[in-house]
Design a protein around this ligand. Structure first.
Ligand code: SF4
Length: 309
């Protein structure tokens, strides 16, 4: 009904609607749902953080007091991520490929732990792990694939005009994924999948081939745009077992574990671009902008060749 129709309807009934807008009441109730304190304990290197800053992870391990960087907005983003995960699991169940969720991952020799979002079965009967991520709608923009017949330039992201010569590119225009999203998966997500592939042992008899499967040799990364409207808003990466990458990750994690055991604070892995007052600069790496240990990091100098920074 339009507003006019609604008014007519109420007038026809000869009554008045009694209502009050109470956003404060809703906010109070909702906030109670988001204000659950996240317990802070460290029993393992989380599979989702394997490429994060070792200095930050060191302080996570050693229980360094930190700033609560979770504001209402972050809590809502986290909650919506969980809701998206539930929706994707529902799709998997509907497609009859779902085999389980929140399977525990444990790699004791590296102290790596985590939970696999989902296990699905391929049409060939093979089990594969899936990591589900959701990303902000803010990064959503369509991109045009067709190149300019005049200069071979790419089309602008928001029009059919060429980036180089600005001429209109003729012909049908096709949208491609998200502007700013590359064809390459995020390295932290890639590392997470590698942990699932390397660290999970099980016994599964393939119902199609009859063969026994005892480990994963590949996985899938699913990244959904939270403004999901069309199937192109879901990225689906096939990620194969990568021993070289895993060996580098293992070396990095071992270095962190040694630092924790010896009580030696690692150097910074990212650049906070601190100003003289210790405020993270605009050019800082992404990780630093949301790091809860910014003040400690500013206070703790880098150690280079036995000399302080
Ligand atoms: S501010 Fe940056 S470099 Fe420092 S601990 Fe945090 S993430 Fe690491």
């Amino acid at each position: 009904m339009t507003t006019k129709e609604e008014t007519n309807f109420v007038e026809r009934l000869g009554v008045e609607m009694v209502y009050e807008r109470r956003p404060d009441e809703l906010h109070t109730v909702l906030k109670q749902g988001f204000d659950i304190e996240t317990p802070r304990y460290k029993r393992s290197n989380y599979a989702s953080e394997l490429t994060g800053c070792k200095r930050k992870r060191y302080w996570d391990w050693t229980d360094e007091p930190c700033e609560d960087t979770f504001d209402d907005k972050s809590r809502i983003v986290m909650a919506s991520g969980e809701a998206w995960e539930d929706l994707i699991l529902k799709f998997f169940k509907g497609a009859r490929v779902y085999k389980g969720t929140q399977i525990r991952l444990d790699i004791p020799e590296l102290r790596i732990g985590g939970n696999i979002d989902a296990i699905i079965v391929t049409p060939g009967g093979k089990l594969i792990p899936v990591e589900i991520k959701s990303t902000s709608d803010m990064s959503y923009k369509s991109k045009y694939l067709y190149s300019c017949p005049e200069c071979n330039g790419e089309a602008k992201w928001n029009s059919r005009n060429c980036k180089n010569c600005n001429k209109m590119i003729p012909g049908p225009v096709k949208k491609l994924l998200w502007y700013g999203k590359s064809e390459v998966p995020d390295s932290s997500h890639y590392a997470q999948l590698q942990a699932y592939i390397q660290g999970t042992k099980f016994i599964w008899r393939n119902p199609v081939t009859g063969e026994l499967q005892t480990e994963f040799d590949e996985g899938r990364l699913l990244v959904v745009n939270r403004g999901f409207r069309v199937m192109d808003d879901i990225m689906w990466y096939r990620i194969k077992k990568d021993d070289n990458f895993w060996s580098a990750v293992s070396k990095d994690v071992t270095a962190l574990n040694t630092s924790v055991d010896n009580g030696e604070l690692p150097n910074r892995d990212y650049d906070p671009a601190f100003n003289l007052q210790g405020v993270v600069g605009k050019s800082a790496d992404f990780y630093c902008k949301f790091c809860p240990y910014q003040s400690q990091c500013f206070e703790a100098p880098e150690i280079q060749d036995g000399t302080e920074e």
